[in-house]
Structure formats: structure tokens, C-alpha cells
Design a protein around this ligand. Structure first.
Ligand code: ZN
Length: 195
């Protein structure tokens, strides 16, 4: 899930205007960004669901540090603190919450692979509602997030530009870019379902 996270970032931007959109976008995928070096180092791994050749939703992701509940909370808190120092407490809190929203959205789609403690320390049951078992349903949730995000962003940006008396076209353009970008990422994912 990438498009859905970005859609959520646009949704938040409509409400938390003080936080730059790029920082919100980065926050929504921050856990995955931290995942990349750990993946390259072989510490976190991806396993394809037996009988599939990969593709959208066909992964069991052993991101036992970045995507453990405690790990996600710590990484999100650090992310929020770093930005909070620069931009103030309120923005830092928003960015920390948005970073942690990644884990909550992943919880809906992941296949029982999200541990509670880093490194799956206590071998407690892993979490995930496994919506990826039904790729079209998961893609529909992402589509809804992208469309809602672009729509709320447009409404908020238009309201700001109307009250300021300028930049109305810019609000429309930014929303169109959010929508087009989200749909493009989603289309690539959906082509993986079809292929
Ligand atoms: Zn993730």
C-alpha cells in the first residue's frame, strides 16, 4: 500500500494546514523508508505467498523492527521530534501521528505479519487483517483514500485561496497532481493483480 498512504496524507493536509504537504507525504511512508536499508541489509525480508509470483498484496513482510507496534511508535515519535524541533510542537505531533497512521493502515491489509515487539521478541501472535487476500477490495480501499484525500485537499486549498483572493488555480492543480499521482501508483498495483 503506497497510494492509500499518500491519499491519507492529503486528507490530513486539509485539516493540518501548518504542516507542509511533502512532510506529511514523507510521514505516511516513513516506516517503509526506514524499512529499505534494513531490507537491503537482510534484517527485514519479504516472502511471497506460496503459489504466487509476488505482485500486489501477495507478500508476507517480515518487517519485524520497523513494522512492529512498539518499533512503529518509537520511529514515529523520533520523526515527530525531529520536525517538532524545527517547526514547533503542534506540527511535530501531527507528523508523529501521521507516521504512525502508516502502521494502522498497514494493519488492515497485511497478512498476520505485524509483531507487537521489535524483532518479534516475545513470539506473540502477529497482527494483520489480511485484506490483501482480496486484492480488489484492498485496491478499492486505497482508491477511496486517494479520491477522498484529493477531494478534501482541493476543498481546503480552495477555501484558503478564496479567502486570500489568490492562487485558486494552484489549488486545483495541486489537487489534480495528488489525484493523478495516486491513481498512477494504484494503476501500477492493479496491473500486478491482472498480470
Ligand atoms: Zn509499510
Amino acid at each position: 500500500m503506497i497510494a492509500g498512504h499518500f491519499g491519507f496524507a492529503a486528507l490530513v493536509k486539509a485539516r493540518a494546514r501548518q504542516a507542509p504537504l511533502w512532510a506529511l507525504m514523507l510521514a505516511t511512508v516513513w516506516l517503509d523508508v526506514v524499512f529499505v536499508p534494513l531490507y537491503l541489509a537482510g534484517i527485514e525480508t519479504i516472502e511471497w505467498v506460496p503459489g504466487t509470483h509476488g505482485g500486489y498484496g501477495a507478500a508476507i513482510i517480515h518487517a519485524n523492527y520497523t513494522h512492529s507496534l512498539l518499533g512503529a511508535l518509537v520511529i514515529s515519535a523520533l520523526f515527530g521530534i525531529a520536525f517538532g524541533v524545527a517547526w514547533g510542537r503542534r506540527t511535530g505531533l501531527v507528523l508523529a501521528a501521521v507516521s504512525f497512521s502508516h502502521w494502522l493502515l498497514d494493519l488492515i491489509v497485511h497478512r498476520h505479519d505485524l509483531p507487537l515487539l521489535p524483532g518479534d521478541a516475545a513470539t506473540w501472535p502477529k497482527l494483520g487483517f489480511a485484506l490483501w487476500q482480496w486484492p480488489w477490495a484492498a485496491a478499492s480501499v486505497e482508491l477511496a483514500l486517494v479520491v477522498l484525500g484529493a477531494w478534501f485537499y482541493w476543498r481546503a486549498a480552495r477555501a484558503v485561496s478564496v479567502s486570500a483572493g489568490t492562487g485558486r488555480r494552484r489549488a486545483g492543480l495541486a489537487s489534480a497532481l495528488i489525484l493523478a499521482g495516486g491513481l498512477l501508483v494504484l494503476a501500477l498495483d492493479v496491473s500486478a493483480i491482472l498480470g
